[in-house]
Write a protein that binds this ligand. Structure first.
Ligand SMILES: [Zn+2]
Ligand SMILES: [Zn+2]
Length: 185
């Protein structure tokens, strides 16, 4: 049976030095037709190394990998991605949920303030603008930690600063027996 060179397709004979592909094609190739350096050919023959033609080295048939192995690799990668996605979604939903809870709480506070406001005006808000309502609600919030003191005589001073100083004197007279407070100048 005559073998033909896989490059030039001319018969390979004992007088034309050739090399056999160690890949799946098992075809021959003239050494002169090889596209590799002569020293490389010498080294392959001297070391009894297998030469594999270009076609075979580009083919997977030389390194068979079963479909099951590829499927397992893909499945593993998919699992990894699925877990990462799940984790990231869980984190997002948790944060979203926290924010919704905060918003719900704030809405409840506003509803309470609003009904308290309406009640204190007997549900008649005809003379109020939206700004009035908002500023009164804010004002109430500020005053919610205030302490009411009774029986403080009305100041007779005309200047605001003097009124404040006089009021403070009365306040200190009441508060001092209860404990030590920072001295007011
Ligand atoms: Zn050839
Ligand atoms: Zn080959």
């Amino acid at each position: 049976m005559t073998n033909f060179c896989l490059v030039c397709e001319i018969a390979v004979t004992p007088t034309t030095p050739s090399i056999k592909c160690g890949g799946f094609c098992k075809k021959y190739c003239h050494i002169k037709c090889l596209n590799i350096a002569e020293s490389e050919v010498t080294a392959i023959i001297a070391n009894k190394n297998t030469w594999i033609c270009e076609k075979c080295s580009l083919s997977d048939r030389d390194h068979p990998v079963s479909a099951a192995v590829i499927e397992a690799i893909i499945a593993k990668q998919l699992d990894l991605l699925r877990n990462q996605l799940q984790q990231s979604m869980d984190d997002h939903f948790k944060r979203l949920n926290d924010r919704i809870t905060t918003v719900e709480n704030n809405v409840r506070i506003i509803q309470d303030e609003w009904s308290e406001f309406k009640n204190s005006h007997n549900n008649d808000l005809s003379g109020y603008s939206l700004n009035d309502v908002v500023s009164e609600i804010e004002d109430r919030k500020l005053r919610s930690h205030n302490v009411n003191l009774f029986n403080i005589p009305e100041s007779s001073a005309s200047a605001i600063a003097e009124k404040v100083t006089e009021d403070l004197k009365h306040v200190m007279k009441i508060l001092t027996p209860l404990g030590t407070y920072p001295q007011l100048s």
